[in-house]
Design a protein around this ligand. Structure first.
Ligand code: ZN
Length: 76
């Protein structure tokens, strides 16, 4: 498992994906608003957190799609 996959698994396990997507947005200057508090040099948007949360959200969507499909598969 690479670093990104571990981060994504952490987001999904803790329900952090939506919070990160909401906080890490373009602040209007092309930098990340969600990262402003932690670094003197503000990261360019989208930051690594934002990117990883977007990947996590995509995986979450795929997982919920599978959950929706499974009852139909069991009943048939
Ligand atoms: Zn950020």
């Amino acid at each position: 498992m690479n670093d990104l996959a571990e981060i994504i698994a952490f987001y999904l396990a803790n329900g952090l994906t939506g919070r990160i997507l909401a906080a890490h947005v373009d602040d209007g200057t092309g930098h990340c608003a969600g990262c402003a508090w932690q670094q003197a040099a503000q990261p360019i948007y989208p930051c690594a957190l934002r990117y990883s949360a977007e990947v996590a959200a995509a995986q979450e969507k795929q997982q919920s799609a599978r959950v929706e499909l499974s009852p139909r598969a069991e009943s048939s």
